[in-house]
Design a protein around this ligand. Sequence first.
Ligand code: SIN
Length: 520
Amino acid sequence: MTVVSTDVLIVGAGIAGLSCALRLARDRERHVVVITRAGDPLEGATRHAQGGIATLGPGDSPEQLVADILRAGAGLSLRRAAEIVATEGPELVRDLLLEEAGVPFDRTPEGDLHYTREGAHSTPRILHVGDQTGAAIIGALHSLIEKFSNVELVTRATAVDLITFPHHARDPLKVYEPVTCHGAYVLDQGTGEVHRYIAGATVLATGGLGRIYRYTTNPPGARGDGLAMAHRAGARVINAEYVQFHPTTLAIPEGDNFLISEAVRGEGGRLLTPDGRQFMRDYAPEWGDLAPRDVVARAIHREMTLHGYPYVFLDVSGIDNFAGRFPTIFRKCRELGIQVPEEPIPVVPAAHYACGGIWTDDWGRTTLRNLYAVGEVACTGLHGANRLASTSLLEGLVFGDRAGRSIARESPRPVPEREIPPWEHPTDGAPADPALIHRDWRSIQYTMWYYVGLSRDAHRLARAIRDLRHLWEDIVDFYRRARLDDSLLGLRNGVQAALIVAEAAWHNRESRGAHFREDA
Ligand code: SIN
């Protein structure tokens, strides 16, 4: 079994992980390892972000952006985090994304940057590359990082568990020191071996957990891996109940909850009931279709439940050059026989973004020494109870960079290999049965969808917790008996992440933002 010793281990290769890696890589003496469980390093949630990245638009100001973030966050956003993002974010967008990485953001015919608008933004301030902004950004960042030979990118490598002292220490006296992270045990998907990646600092940039829900916009890797690992290691997790549902995903079975960007409403799309009624002004007189996401998602859900609609419609007939502005959405709808822009798009809400996560300070530091968390897996307080549209890429960029600066300042060193025991798994017996994995995933996803979804109450939550605890016991047993592989690790993390969300939702009796209690 291999031992890798590095200055910094980054788990996850999306915008937050790469922003951190780029900051650290500027010192060519520093060795950085970025691991991703995906075979294609470009895969991940960043790639699927359609709408764009918020920055400051014409006539805009950091104060105005802060005010919008705080209002969308339903009184739970941390002002300091919003101020950091609103001041450092636009600088990073300009210096790193535009100038250094050369992201080809859309421009007006005059050659100026084109800013679009999304829900709860008081002004157009979102930069985009058609409707494939995340893909353009992540492609450009990967090309940039390839220029740094001191950054090693390892694919098909799944973190199994964090290495923490005193838990994994050979020296019993470590029990008297603060809990400290020294890297991670990592499964090589090719050989099935678990290696020690020993690091001075470890950064979790593993993304979200949308896949614990039956319907989600998230890619397959969003199974709560980082959250579950950090929780097992004892890191503090907060605000897990605030799972944001995106109001508009494609509502036909083959559509697989394909995202219909909020920018579509920003450019003039209108929500209608199947009988043609415009309903959003009834729920949000001030904002209409551009209300904060939690409000729109709940309004759609209510219309569907009240009237038995299987979906509502998004009318895009008033958008100029729909095919040019939203090429991916256009193509997808046409492939599925929806003749946009003339025909409206059937849409339903789906799980989209974890506003809570591993608690971090202003520098991405968690409650465990030398463990950092950035991006969706972290909770900086920015998003409060409901995230403002197109601030996730921005937050990943800013706090990835900040974590990099903090690590560079503190420069923790990796401990010697002899201090860390090799990984031991109870068995290398039979491979995990894919039928059981599939079945257990379905149980998690349906439980979360029906009992811990857009609308919650004590009975449903109690039922969810009971069911998930049973499932957890079965899955841990299964985990101990089967040979380790990526899918088994994901299942164990998924059920644990689901329990974290369900228990947080049960404890919080107050409706706020994305956490709505019918019994509050
Ligand atoms: C969207 O394009 O609607 C998604 C962007 C985001 O989640 O902020």
